[in-house]
Every structure is written in structure tokens, then in C-alpha cells.
Design a protein around this ligand. Structure first.
Ligand code: NDP
Length: 447
């Protein structure tokens, strides 16, 4: 029995590692269990390799626009295998840096799966580990389509294993992953069909999904909305989707399913500790990330709160500060979390959608919107408009939601999120002198 420990962390992804590092910095003796690569989904099969692909796709678009404005160049295809080599080298550097930090801080990394023996004991590789605090940060995995022929589809994990660009791709799902992969593949030369049971980005302000759908269509993505996929089959021509509209959808070289993610809890034997689960097996936690069992906590994708890397990291650091850093009230404030969807172009959003604001504030909601053609698009003769929206509430028109879609929105959002979080009003925005000529200035000049 390894019992001279303060904290056991199950899962070496963003949330688990952040918790372990912060706790160790406070002097806690920490053991972390991770049987797979350190870094979890974000580093290995999510944000980081996805952003690399997005950057490659962005370069492809820039090449085309450079030609359109007069550069003497012939936009070419990406050598996919070469780029994947660069991408994976980057991922490896990130993973190695994690391993080094754990070692430097004296965190014991056990490369084996752990499961509960009781509320304070874990078993991994035939050894028992006991500590007063256990953090579950095991993340999530892609939801299976559970359709006839569903195993013919790959998911986002499978996307990162592709060794070439599929010429024809069918994508199921209009959330973060569906629209991100649709944009990447289209920019890199695939013929892309995006099949969604509703509209795009249904959890965000409705104007964003509508604007994105229009821009995707203008770029040649076939977006078929309101269409339920009933199954998949393959014939000599390729893969086909069998849909509620009975129209032929295909043939495709790859079908990618992106219909949400499920928490990783199966192997934990949570029943041995008595940890309670919710509707989709997410671990139920309170605002302090406490589960139903004293001394057991859960954070990151596994607890069903916003499944975003920075959320998991922030929640883990707050928890470690609370348990070991002398800050008894430390916890993450989940309101006003900014998020970017790396579609082409990117979507950025923070705070309430118009519909949410109207529900909460009724008639005291005022909307300010701007639509304009980004300068480079105009120069290059590309169709489409940047869409920006401020959702304001109350007599002082406090900005309770800020949304946008257009080139550069990803980098623009972080600073504006600070203003929204601090309670800035529409007048504060208008009083801020614009930076000209930029796209961002429209947020402070919209009438
Ligand atoms: P999302 O929850 O974002 O979107 C799921 C999509 O699949 C929705 O369009 C949903 O439709 C649809 N869907 C759900 N069930 C079915 C079904 N049975 N049949 C057909 N369609 C279905 O999930 P993703 O998989 O795209 O991403 C998972 C999570 O990962 C995200 O929510 C996000 O938290 C995180 N992520 C974050 C990224 C970022 O920060 N940039 C990037 C990628 C992922 P409907 O809208 O109708 O419910």
C-alpha cells in the first residue's frame, strides 16, 4: 500500500496535469495515473493537432487569396504526410514538456489504469494507493453513432490518423467538431457534405450558425440541415449515408461522425466508492468540483460541464489552491466562458445568446449588429460578410453577450471577454477609440 500521499489524480490530460502540478507546487505529494500518452485529448487527439490542421487550411486559403489579389503563384495541394510529420513532432514536444514538468515537481506518474477499491483507495497495476483526496479527470471520448453500418464511419480520433486528404468526405454533426473538420477538409481540397439533424452550433446565438452555414455554402461545402442519418453502407463507389430525406448522400471516401462526446467512467469502478452519475454518465459535481463522496472530486470533460481545455485547467488549479494552497473558497466561476470554434472563418462567443438574454431580461434587451466585408475578402473578390453582435441588457445596456464570425475572430475574442466579464456597457465600448483599419474596430463603432 502506497499511503504517504496527499492526492491521487486519475487522468493525465489537461485537467489532471494542471491539478497535479498546482498541488505539487503547494507541496502536496501527488501520484498521477495515466496509461496512455500524457496530454490527453487536447494535446494528442484534439485542440493541438486540430489547430495545426486549421493553420494548414488557413495557409491554403491565404494562397488562393494571394493569387486572387495578383501574386504570381499557383496554389498547390498540401503534402499531407509531410505536414502530419510536423504536426506530430509538435505534439511530441508538448508531451515531453509535460513529462519533464511532472518529473521536476516529483509527481509520481503511474502508466497504468486506476480503479476505485474504496472511497480513498485506488488500485493500479496490482498496487494500492491511498490518499485523502482523489481527483477524477479522465476526460471523454467520441459518441458512437449507434446506427446500422455505424462502424464504417471514423470519428475525430480517426481523422488524426488519416495519412492523406480524403477526396470526398461526409460529416455527420453540426457542433464544434463537425464544422471544424468540414472547414479544414474543404480548404485542403476535399469535396465536403455536412449533414446535420438541426442547424449548426445550436448551443450558440442563432445568428452564428446561420452565418456560418451561408459562408460554408459559399465555399462549396454542401450543408444539408434538418436531415437525420439512419445508417451507412458501402458499395463499389464508396460510402453512402442513408438519411431521413431518402435522397442519395455519397459516395464518400470517409464519413466522419462528430455527434458529441461521452464521459470516460466505465473502467473506474465508481460503485466501489459510491460516486453518483448523471444522465449521460457524467460525474455529478458541485461548484467546488466535489462529487457525492467526500474527498473525491471530478473535473474536465468527465463532469459534464463545458468540455473545454482551459475550463479543465482552471478548475483543476482552483481545486488544488483550495485543497493545498490555503484558499478555502477557491473555485472556478463557470459564467462568461469565452469559446472559439475553429471553423473557416472562426466563430467567437462569450456570454449570453440573444435568446438567453431575452429569457432572462425580457424587453430590456437591445441588440447591436454589424455586417461588413473583411478588407482582404473584398480585395480578393471573395463573397461573405463578417457578422458581429452585441447583446445588451438593462438601462445601462451592459454587454451580456458578444458574438462574431469572421477572419481573426479567434484572436479578437480574448480581450473582449475581459471587458464583458468586467461588466462593460455599450457606452464603454463606444467610448473606446477604434484601431483603424481593423475588423475588431467594428465592435466599438457599431451604431
Ligand atoms: P457538440 O456537442 O459540439 O455537437 C454535437 C453535434 O452532433 C450537434 O450538431 C448535435 O445536434 C449533433 N448530434 C448529437 N447527437 C446526434 C445524433 N444522434 N444524430 C445526429 N446528430 C447528432 O459535439 P462535438 O462532438 O462537435 O464536440 C464535443 C465537444 O468537444 C464540444 O461540445 C466542445 O465542448 C469540445 N470541443 C471544443 C473545441 C473548441 O474549443 N474549439 C473543438 C472541438 C471540440 P444538435 O445541435 O441538434 O443537438
Amino acid at each position: 500500500m502506497n499511503s504517504h500521499l496527499d492526492l491521487l489524480v486519475i487522468g493525465g490530460g489537461s485537467g489532471g496535469i494542471a491539478t497535479a502540478i498546482r498541488a505539487a507546487r503547494h507541496g502536496a505529494r501527488v501520484t498521477l495515473f495515466e496509461p496512455h500518452e500524457l496530454g490527453g485529448t487536447c494535446i494528442n487527439r484534439g485542440c493541438v493537432p486540430k489547430k495545426a490542421m486549421w493553420l494548414a487550411a488557413d495557409l491554403a486559403e491565404s494562397q488562393r487569396m494571394a493569387k486572387a489579389v495578383g501574386f504570381d503563384m499557383k496554389p498547390g495541394m498540401l503534402d499531407w504526410a509531410t505536414f502530419v510529420g510536423h504536426r506530430e513532432a509538435y505534439v511530441l514536444r508538448a508531451r515531453t514538456s509535460y513529462a519533464n514538468r511532472l518529473r521536476e515537481l516529483g509527481i509520481n506518474h503511474v502508466p497504468a489504469p486506476a480503479h476505485f477499491v474504496d472511497a480513498h483507495t485506488l488500485r493500479a497495476a496490482d498496487a494500492d494507493y491511498r490518499a485523502p483526496h482523489i481527483v477524477i479527470a479522465t476526460g471523454s471520448r467520441p459518441r458512437d453513432p449507434e446506427l446500422p453500418g455505424g462502424d464504417l464511419a471514423i470519428d475525430s480520433d480517426g481523422f488524426f490518423k488519416l495519412d492523406h486528404c480524403p477526396a470526398r468526405a461526409g460529416i455527420i454533426g453540426g457542433g464544434y467538431i463537425g464544422v471544424e473538420l468540414a472547414g479544414v477538409l474543404r480548404s485542403l481540397g476535399s469535396k465536403v457534405d455536412l449533414i446535420t439533424r438541426g442547424g449548426l452550433l445550436s448551443r450558440f446565438d442563432a445568428d452564428l450558425g446561420q452565418a456560418l452555414s451561408g459562408m460554408m455554402r459559399a465555399e462549396g461545402i454542401y450543408h444539408h440541415e434538418g436531415c437525420a442519418v439512419r445508417g451507412l453502407h458501402r458499395d463499389d463507389e464508396g460510402l453512402w449515408l442513408d438519411c431521413s430525406d431518402h435522397a442519395p448522400h455519397g459516395p464518400y471516401d470517409q464519413v466522419i461522425s462528430a455527434i458529441g462526446r461521452l464521459p470516460n467512467v466505465e473502467s473506474l469502478q465508481l460503485e466501489a466508492a459510491g460516486v453518483k452519475l448523471g444522465k449521460i454518465d457524467e460525474i455529478i459535481t458541485d461548484e467546488f468540483e466535489k462529487t457525492s463522496v467526500e474527498g473525491v472530486y471530478a473535473l474536465g470533460d468527465v463532469n459534464g460541464k463545458p468540455a473545454l481545455t482551459p475550463v479543465a485547467i482552471a478548475a483543476g488549479r482552483q481545486l488544488a489552491d483550495r485543497l493545498f494552497g490555503g484558499k478555502p473558497d477557491a473555485h472556478l466561476d463557470y459564467s462568461c466562458i469565452p469559446t472559439v470554434v475553429f471553423s473557416h472563418p472562426p466563430v467567437g462567443t462569450v456570454g449570453m445568446s440573444e435568446a438567453e438574454a431575452r429569457k432572462q431580461y425580457g424587453n430590456a434587451v437591445k441588440i447591436h449588429k454589424a455586417r461588413f466585408t473583411p478588407m482582404l475578402w473584398s480585395l480578393a473578390g471573395r463573397d461573405g460578410k463578417f457578422m458581429m453582435k452585441l447583446v445588451c441588457a438593462g438601462d445601462d445596456e451592459r454587454v451580456v453577450g458578444l458574438h462574431g464570425i469572421g477572419p481573426g475572430m479567434d484572436e479578437m475574442l480574448q480581450g473582449f471577454a475581459v471587458a464583458v466579464r468586467m461588466g462593460a456597457t455599450y457606452t464603454d465600448f463606444l467610448r473606446t477609440v477604434a484601431i483603424h483599419p481593423t475588423a475588431a474596430e467594428e465592435f466599438v463603432t457599431m451604431g
